[in-house]
Design a protein around this ligand. Structure first.
Ligand SMILES: Cc1cc2nc3c(=O)[nH]c(=O)nc-3n(C[C@H](O)[C@H](O)[C@H](O)COP(=O)(O)OP(=O)(O)OC[C@H]3O[C@@H](n4cnc5c(N)ncnc54)[C@H](O)[C@@H]3O)c2cc1C
Length: 387
């Protein structure tokens, strides 16, 4: 089998790459190898669906600006055969809350976001209290609200990209990449579990939390690790005013969902690995106290469901690694290490990867600083403040 581009992994990120490649050049032959079309363990369907412009690194803000604008038109853009691709986009805002010690960092990030044209609002504790009367603000130093941000349904985003890419001629193979052939500075072919081989000019590693396994097939070691985190659904008997997606410096992150809420507290202390077991005590011991501290109503919360999913955690600096160079390879492109931001940045990064593959350079957002080179150079580019 032969393709121009092989994309390894057909989650939101790989499917977005396939869509942008085909939408930019219909003649390019794109094969996406996705071993599990049911996406049982893939990270995308397990995400909370948060989308926000609240970052400190300029590239992340630009990726969010591009991606959120793209999500606003997603239903029409991804329509196939006249059927709209609805994604449940809810613009109830995104709110970062910080203690007094973190005011300065929040301020700097707020100014960067403003300079880049984001509609963000600085809130002193008194204004925050007025806006959210149920919130305990006595220990807070400030907050920033991004009113146009919010959340969406991750699985619908994945299916929207996938269906549209297929309608444009991308081929999705339900198969496993089990080996990669290398000749000098190039990857020449992918060997599949079925025994087939696919040759191509470019290979994109969009395998998310499994990206390091793909790299290992080439003897390349990357700092991207599977990091388990729990998502919990919980209900509250006592009413709370409508809330945005809320995040604090201790990594509590939650939002309304249906008649209740969804969220959790990811921790970097978690051992790395492909572990989907759920620790039933985590909600009660870690999440519930943080919720009850912030909103008294959560004293009487009830957790109805918990599940585990994996971050593709970049342990080097917590940001995506995009482009060629790992292992000295010129046509093997990494697109992983999103560390919890992959869904919201799938459109921007999908487009960037398509530009890189088709034209050799970034056209829309310069993501050069997110390249592989920063890892061997030892120059991390981390987010500041809430991550
Ligand atoms: C609980 C939780 C909450 C999150 N919340 C958010 C959020 O609010 N906002 C946000 O932006 N992000 C969030 N994320 C992160 C987000 O889910 C990921 O960054 C994003 O889904 C990554 O997409 P992906 O396509 O790279 O990975 P995936 O969706 O995991 O897709 C990778 C695919 O590669 C396939 N694959 C792996 N190995 C092979 C192989 N050898 N051969 C063939 N196929 C292979 C897998 O089957 C999988 O389908 C969250 C993650 C979790 C776990």
């Amino acid at each position: 089998m032969r393709a121009d581009v092989v994309v390894i992994g057909g989650g939101a990120v790989g499917s977005a790459v396939a869509y942008f490649l085909k939408s930019m050049d219909r003649s390019v032959a794109v094969t996406v190898v996705e071993r599990d079309p049911s996406y049982e363990f893939a990270s995308t369907p397990r995400a909370s669906g948060g989308i926000r412009r609240l970052f400190s690194v300029e590239e992340n803000i630009e990726l969010s600006k591009y991606s959120i604008a793209f999500f606003e038109k997603f239903a029409e853009t991804m329509a196939v055969g006249g059927t709209r691709a609805e994604i449940g986009l809810t613009r109830n805002g995104y709110l970062f809350i910080v203690p007094p010690d973190d005011r300065e960092v929040l301020r700097r990030n707020f100014e960067t976001q403003q300079r880049l044209g984001c509609d963000v609002r600085w809130l002193e504790p008194a204004a925050l209290q007025q806006m959210f009367p149920s919130m305990t603000v006595s220990d807070l130093g400030a907050a920033v609200l991004s009113p146009d941000d919010g959340w969406l349904d991750p699985h619908s985003v994945l299916m929207g990209f996938r269906n549209k890419a297929r309608s444009l001629g991308a081929q999705f193979l339900a198969d496993d990449v089990v080996g990669l052939d290398r000749a000098g500075h190039r990857v020449t072919a992918a060997t599949l579990g079925s025994g087939w081989q696919v040759t191509a000019d470019h290979f994109v590693n969009a395998a998310g939390a499994w990206a390091k396994q793909i790299c290992a097939m080439l003897g390349v070691v990357v700092p991207i690790e599977p990091l388990r985190r729990f998502e919990h659904f919980f209900e509250c008997q006592d009413p709370i005013e409508p809330l945005p997606f809320i995040k604090d410096t201790r990594r509590l992150a939650f939002r309304p969902e249906g008649s209740g809420y969804t969220g959790g507290i990811p921790t970097l202390a978690e051992p790395r690995g492909y572990n989907f077991d759920v620790d039933r005590s985590y909600f009660e011991n870690v999440v519930w106290p943080a919720l009850a501290h912030r909103f008294g109503q959560f004293e009487r919360t009830r957790c109805t469901r918990s599940f585990a999913g994996l971050y593709d955690q970049n342990d080097f600096d917590g940001n995506v690694i995009i482009g060629p160079g790992a292992g000295g390879l010129g046509n093997f492109h990494l697109l992983a290490g999103f560390s919890g931001h992959g869904l919201m940045h799938a459109p921007g990064c999908g487009r960037a990867m398509a530009e890189l593959v088709l034209t050799g350079r970034y056209q829309t957002i310069d993501l050069g600083r997110f390249g592989w080179h920063r890892v061997p150079a030892g120059t991390p580019l981390p987010e500041q403040g809430i991550i």
